[in-house]
Design a protein around this ligand. Structure first.
Ligand code: MTE
Ligand code: MO
Length: 202
């Protein structure tokens, strides 16, 4: 099998150790690009909450202080944007979503992440549990920059990065899979980068 870097040129860098880690149709970049559908919101931390909602009720909510008092993990992950850049070995700090959903008794099959600014994205509940998703507030050993979703964003590295909702403020528990912001515009409901699930029908 030829090295995956063959044929890449320009800023599509060859990266040692990238073999087998870059999904089809992606190139590796060292940059951390900013992709936002709107302006960067700036919610003061004393007004920030993270809530689990269901059917119009708030099932559980954490203040910023309460969130930061929960045990956090350091996560190293490769991230894959649907616009075809991948960034390897990104380092995050965050609270596992398992810890949060573990405090709410439910049998919902889906979640819809909601954010300051109105962005939403949908995920199966099983994809934000099992140690595969975090509410991340640190990046590269520093507080997460506002442009990248600070104070806190969802981190779901095994799906295309649009599922990693910036400025996340909570999860809505749902029985049905309701499309979020980009999904309404034709992006894939699930978004597995290894299956190139970029658009509906992929
Ligand atoms: N709230 C919110 N979250 C978002 C987005 C957005 O526009 N608003 N863009 C998504 C997309 S398409 C991508 S690729 C990543 C980009 O994250 P970054 O700007 O930190 O690179 O955030 C995702 N999360
Ligand atoms: Mo994206």
């Amino acid at each position: 099998m030829p090295p995956i870097s063959r044929g890449f040129h320009g800023r599509r860098r060859e990266v040692a150790g990238a073999e087998g880690r870059v999904p089809p149709g992606q190139y590796v970049t060292g940059d951390f690009l900013v992709l936002s559908a709107g302006p960067t919101p700036h919610t003061p931390l004393d007004q920030w909450t993270f809530s689990i909602r269901q059917g119009g009720d708030v099932r559980r909510a954490w203040s910023w202080q309460e969130m930061r008092a929960l045990p956090a993990e350091t996560v190293t992950a490769d991230i894959h944007c649907v616009t075809r850049w991948s960034k390897l070995d990104t380092q995050w700090e965050g609270v596992p979503v398992d810890t949060l959903l573990g405090q709410v008794e439910h049998d919902a099959r889906y979640v819809l992440a909601f954010c300051d600014g109105g962005y939403t994205t949908n995920l199966p509940a099983g994809d934000v549990t099992g140690g595969r998703a975090w509410v991340a507030f640190g990046f590269g050993g520093k507080p997460l920059e506002p442009e990248h979703g600070g104070p806190a964003r969802l981190l779901v590295p095994h799906l295309y990065f649009w599922k990693s909702a910036k400025w996340v403020r909570g999860l809505e528990l749902r029985d049905e899979d309701q499309p979020g912001f980009w999904e309404t515009y034709g992006y894939h409901m699930y978004g597995d980068p290894w299956k190139e699930q970029r658009y509906a029908g992929d």
